[in-house]
Design a binder for this molecule. Structure first.
Ligand code: ADP
Ligand code: ASP
Ligand code: MG
Length: 823
């Protein structure tokens, strides 16, 4: 016998005429012959209907406007969906409904109140309209569809333990409907959410109840499968609106799905499970907007690669805490407590009692918190009087956070990881409960911590612990090269070392491109072109320090003082900083010291290897020497790639000014060559080295002998270049002088342990290491107690975007290592 497949389309799937057409398309392409289609109200309509009732009861005339909007929205959708003759017929029918609704609302207005029945009657119309529109549209495109008003078939009663389906009555009525209609159409559109009471009144299955309708009809029709179509790919490991990194769960057991749904994963309604479980009907959760995705399969077995499946929160609950020494060993305390709550009609979400029996706490929906507290007060009136119960405390504005998974049972580390993640995120836990099935652990936390906690625990289980949220500021030559290098390496680092580098913000001085997940580095230039917003560094920091990712780092590739001044704030709030920018380390010593302290106190790393010698290991070498107890006597080096080049090339055959002009043309100097020739760049590097060996030196204390005479300092660049030949003679004289002594000219930076620091032109014999370098080489000699008389030498190309960016990248990997990556 041909089996039915039940499909359910939620409000998100039918929010407009276009979406109804899309749904009709999905249905027309389904392979099965018999399709039962449970449909919700158009997105937002149930909420709007609830509002009209509340407004009318509050005597707010705005309810009329609300109602009118709803009428217009449905009219417009009908006109777009079906041919005119059908539209007229539907419109007429809907008008009658709207008149009825208006009458009930008018009565509500007069009475200034409404009964639950009135609310049920009115809110159910959304589904009644929606089903008719979908059926009419399907017929208009030639599909054999008809609609069924579930109020005529489904009989349910509301009991203290929930909704009970009268299966017999419902089955009989379905048979009756079938007979009257002369059989069921191959596409049967069914109103979700609505039903009747045994005495024939319209009722509903509660908010989000259409999922439940689907599984009830699956039972009545003996369907083989249930497909719940919504706006996400399936059940995710957490609500994707709150946790951008949530992953799709391909399979869940009924139990897991039920616990997740119960604890707030509204993608599926918890009641849905019971009828499906009884008949072992598999449920598929699927995305209307991506029908090609398989989605989640919920079935008996479950199975999975993960011990932990999902995380969910119920916000807006209250915690009641009952404490008293007199409760210890007294039988019947729990009975009295929960008896009192039962009488008050308060349902309890979670209970926790310490084994000392000294306290019991429980969670109730926020809006009944005060009532629950009073009920407990009354129940323990005598006990309080005699001091056996000391406290009955209400903590409002709480949230339950639950972790769910069948296979958590018997897997020791799960609780540890869960609480560890919460602890690291600084989330205070007020109460804990674990079901004895070990399928779920729940904690009560403050509402205000809800999304941070959810993201932290999700990250703890699903992310690589070395997931770095990265912001790159500055896209000049170094920044651009770095992004390109990252683009090339990121994939391999992820697959080989589980190192997850996510560039989530890229800024120039004017524009910033953001991404929630991560920017596609293959096209970061386009992102900056087309998707960028004006740069606001505070917003960049906020975005980079994402709650759901374990670590944040900002890489400053600018030469900006303003950016450098932010490092302290960033590090204080837990953002690591990496930079080739010399500004921070060379501004006043107090700031330098503050950076050091902030880094130490907050456990945030501050890495700047490339501020001296580009990619060469200069800072790291010096630090190793200092930290291992060596005594550094002197550091001397050729620290500017540009000046290195100029004096390597200057051999007396061409004038110095000619060489400068030529180097500038080839891009070896700054656009304004005075930035190099002034010696200030070398001076800054000397400061960085000096501070690294513990000298509290200021930039102004470095004796900098520049190569630009004062008179030329303020000329325009072209005027300067024109004036520069006037210096050639003096430079040639220095050169000759040196040559006569068998020496060459080199521009060097120098600092010794007495604090003497300088940047100046000096001459060196031909057999000195400084005399034998090439091109833009940097070279640094470390003279120390251990390295003497021969110094430790670091030498190699010390300029250029590639090596500098490579050095910054190496700092990033160093950071990752210190965070636990094994590279
Ligand atoms: P529909 O209108 O289709 O019934 P709902 O809005 O009721 O859709 O449910 C889908 C929404 O459920 C998703 O958009 C998502 O925000 C939310 N949601 C909450 N928790 C989860 C989860 N664990 N997995 C997937 N979606 C979830
Ligand atoms: N329309 C109802 C609601 O919004 C039922 C549903 O969509 O499941 O709650
Ligand atoms: Mg729903």
């Amino acid at each position: 016998m041909e089996q039915w497949v039940v499909h359910k389309f939620g409000g998100t799937s039918v929010a407009s005429a276009e979406r109804y057409r899309h749904v009709a398309g999905i249905l027309s392409r389904r392979p099965e012959a018999l399709r039962a289609v449970v449909v919700s109200a158009m997105g937002g309509v149930t909420d709007a209907l609830v509002r009209t009732v509340e407004l009318a009861a509050r005597r707010d005339r705005a309810y009329l406007e609300q109602l009118d909007q709803l009428r217009r929205r449905h009219r417009e959708t009908i006109v777009e969906l079906v041919p005119p003759e059908t539209a007229d017929e539907l419109l007429e029918r809907f008008d009658r409904d709207f008149t009825d609704v208006a009458d009930v609302l008018h009565a509500t207005w007069l009475l200034r109140s409404y009964s639950p029945r009135a609310m049920d009657l009115i809110t159910g119309y959304g589904e009644v309209w929606s089903a008719q529109m979908l059926a009419a549209h399907l017929r208009s495109i030639g599909q054999p569809a008809d609609w069924l008003d579930a109020r005529q078939v489904l009989v349910v009663s509301h009991t203290p333990t929930g909704i009970e389906v009268d299966w017999r009555a419902s089955a009989e009525r379905l048979d009756g409907w079938r007979e009257r209609a002369g059989g069921l159409p191959p596409i049967l559109i069914i109103t979700g959410y609505v039903a009747s009471t045994p005495d024939g009144l319209a009722t509903t299955l509660g908010r989000n109840g259409s999922d439940f309708t689907a599984s009830i009809f699956a039972t009545l029709l003996e369907a083989g499968q249930i497909h719940i179509w919504t706006d996400v790919d399936g059940v995710m490991s957490a609500n994707p609106r709150l946790v951008p990194d949530a992953v799709l769960l391909e399979e869940l057991s009924y139990n897991e799905a039920m616990e997740l749904a119960y604890f707030g994963a509204k993608v599926i309604h918890p009641s849905t499970m019971a009828p499906a479980v009884r008949r072992s009907i598999p449920i598929f959760i699927r995305n209307t907007f991506r029908p090609e995705v398989q989605g989640t399969r919920i079935h008996l077995g479950g199975s999975s690669d993960f011990d932990v499946k999902g995380f969910a929160t119920i916000e807006g609950v209250a915690l009641v805490n009952v404490e008293g020494t007199g409760m210890i060993g007294v039988p019947g305390t729990a009975h009295r407590l929960f008896g009192a709550l039962h009488e008050e009609g308060v349902s309890v979400t979670m209970i926790s009692q310490g084994s000392s029996e000294h306290s019991i706490c429980f969670v109730v929906p926020g809006h009944v918190g005060e009532r629950a507290r009073q009920a407990v007060e009354r129940a323990f009136f005598a006990a309080r009087h005699y001091g056996q119960v000391q406290t009955v405390e209400l903590v409002p504005d709480c949230c339950v956070l639950a972790v769910v998974g069948d296979r958590m049972a018997g897997h020791p580390g799960v609780a540890g990881k869960f609480f560890g993640s919460l602890g690291k995120a600084g989330v205070n836990i007020r109460a804990i409960a674990q079901g004895s099935s070990e399928r779920n652990i729940s904690v009560v936390i403050d509402n205000a911590d809800a999304s941070r906690a959810l993201r932290a625990v999700h990250g703890g289980f699903y992310l690589s612990p070395q997931t770095l949220s990265i912001g790159v500021i500055g896209c000049g030559v170094v920044g651009s090269e770095l992004l390109d290098q990252l683009a090339e390496q990121a994939h391999q680092l992820k697959s080989e070392f589980n190192l997850d580098l996510r560039v989530r913000a890229i800024s120039t001085s004017r524009r910033t491109a953001f991404a929630d997940g991560q920017l596609d580095l293959a096209r970061w230039r386009e992102a900056l072109e087309s998707e960028a917003v004006p740069t606001d560094l505070a917003a960049v920091a906020d975005h980079v320090q994402a709650e759901h990712l374990p670590h944040a780092v900002i890489i400053d590739c600018t030469a900006s003082e303003a950016v450098a001044q932010r490092y302290e704030d960033w590090m204080a709030r837990g953002i690591h900083v990496i930079t080739p920018n010399k500004r921070a380390n060379t501004s006043d010593f107090a700031y330098y010291r503050a950076l050091r302290r902030t880094s130490r106190e907050n456990g945030t790393r501050y890495l700047y290897e490339t501020t001296v010698g580009a990619g060469l290991p200069v800072i790291q070498t010096l630090r190793d020497l200092v930290q291992t107890g060596d005594e550094v006597y002197q550091v001397e080096g050729i620290l500017s790639g540009t000046l290195s080049y100029l004096f390597n090339v200057y051999d007396g055959s061409r004038s110095f000014s000619e060489i400068v002009a030529d180097a500038r043309a080839r891009g070896f100097t700054e656009p304004d060559p005075r930035d190099d020739l002034s010696g200030m760049d070398v001076g800054r590097k000397v400061v960085i080295l000096a501070r690294e060996i513990g000298l509290p030196i200021e930039l102004s204390e470095v004796e900098v002998e520049g190569l630009v005479p004062e008179a030329m300092e303020h000329l325009s660049v072209p005027d300067f270049l024109e004036a520069l030949p006037s210096q050639d003679e003096a430079m040639a004289a220095l050169f000759e002088d040196a040559r006569r002594r068998g020496e060459v000219l080199r521009y060097v930076g120098l600092v010794d342990r007495e604090g003497r620091a300088s940047a100046r032109l000096r001459s060196y014999p031909l057999d000195h290491p400084f005399a034998r370098i090439q091109m833009t080489d940097n070279i640094v000699l470390f003279r120390t107690r251990r390295y003497q008389p021969n110094p430790l030498v670091v030498q190699g190309p010390g300029a250029g975007p590639e090596v500098t960016a490579g050095g910054v990248f190496a700092d990033l990997l160093r950071l990752a290592s210190s965070l636990g990556a094994t590279l």
